[in-house]
Design a protein around this ligand. Structure first.
Ligand code: CAA
Length: 293
């Protein structure tokens, strides 16, 4: 509905508290970024206390790492730690202005998560999803106020990757979009506004590269040949290493979403699902050199 351009930043809502749904790797990484850059309370929730505790422990470890690298003082480290809380009690989200989820990449799961959290949050709270390839509009299908939902797609590793895709659905309000852009700026990320289309922009390209690389190996091209042939593109990692970084299951879901949307343009991820069941992708020799998958 709206061309990619700068929305009116004056419309943006102030963020005084952040709620994070999901305490997995992506959610924990961006929870840390929110607390570090916004300096506001960040509350994290997940299905059970064990998951919540794991996410909070990850953040505490990363705060120690920042302190050890002298990126923050020990006073700052203590302040950041004090701002992070974990809970299974959704009532703690009642005063959050910005609630973002990174739960399992499945449409029904995300729809239900948002429908449930809407019962607990303030009427003007903004909702964001870190989905990497599902339709943001469909994710908001069970919301009473879908205009408050926006896609907010981080990349792994969150601390390092400079980009966020802000996904604008036909329902996203100007206030929501503006708030997302201002939040991205405060996180010191470069935000681009994308259409709500499978894979947005980044994963559409990535799914092509990953899919083609895996298909080449699956159909008989030696693994080393594929890795070396991709080298001229100057990517910091081979597509296979990238798959390990983002997680095999996530990678398989991304490929599935693309294949479902464009069967003639993207490969199925059958082999990747098989590998994901084994829990590993790459075979390495004793020195850590990758031999294949
Ligand atoms: N988590 C947090 N920080 C990390 C990290 C991680 N997993 N990996 C590396 N870093 C940090 C390091 O701590 C280091 O930070 P400092 O400078 O503060 O010490 C910095 O990154 C550089 O690390 P290294 O020197 O060890 O390593 P490098 O120079 O080889 O870079 C890399 C590592 C940044 C991961 C680089 O290989 C890279 O950019 N890889 C490509 C990543 C990419 O394409 N990500 C997008 C994935 S797709 C996705 O996420 C979308 C999706 O929806 C599926």
């Amino acid at each position: 509905k709206r061309p990619a351009g700068a929305p009116d930043k004056a419309l943006a809502r102030p963020i005084r508290k952040v709620g994070v749904i999901g305490a997995g790797l992506m959610a924990s990484q961006f929870a840390l970024l929110f607390v570090r850059r916004l300096r506001v309370p960040v509350v994290i929730t997940d299905l059970d206390q064990a998951r919540v505790d794991k996410g909070v422990a990850y953040i505490h470890d990363e705060i120690i790492a920042l302190e050890t690298k002298k990126r923050i003082t020990s006073d700052e480290a203590n302040r950041l730690r004090a701002l992070v809380t974990g809970t299974t009690d959704k009532a703690q989200f009642a005063d959050a202005d910005w609630v973002i989820e990174a739960v399992f990449e499945e449409l029904g799961v995300k729809q239900d998560v948002f429908a449930e959290i809407e019962k607990f949050i303030a009427p003007d709270a903004i909702l964001a999803t870190n989905t990497s390839s599902l339709s943001v509009e469909q994710i908001g299908a069970k919301l009473s106020h879908p205009e408050r939902l926006v896609g907010f797609h981080f990349f792994n590793p969150v601390a390092v990757m400079p980009l966020i895709e802000v996904v604008n659905t036909p329902q996203t309000s100007d206030v929501t979009l503006s708030t997302a852009m201002v939040v991205a700026g405060k996180l010191k990320k470069n935000a681009v506004i994308t259409r709500d289309t499978p894979g947005f922009v980044v994963n559409r390209v990535l799914a092509k590269v990953l899919g083609e690389a895996m298909h080449a190996v699956d159909t008989g091209t030696p693994f080393d040949v594929v890795s070396e042939a991709i080298a001229p593109f100057g990517l910091p990692m081979t597509p296979f290493e990238l798959l390990e970084l983002v997680g095999l299951k996530v990678g398989a879901h991304v490929l599935d979403t693309h294949h479902a949307a464009f069967p003639d343009r993207f490969f199925e991820s059958t082999n990747l699902h098989r590998l994901a069941e084994h829990g590993k992708l790459l075979d390495r020799d004793a020195k850590g050199k990758i031999k294949g998958y």
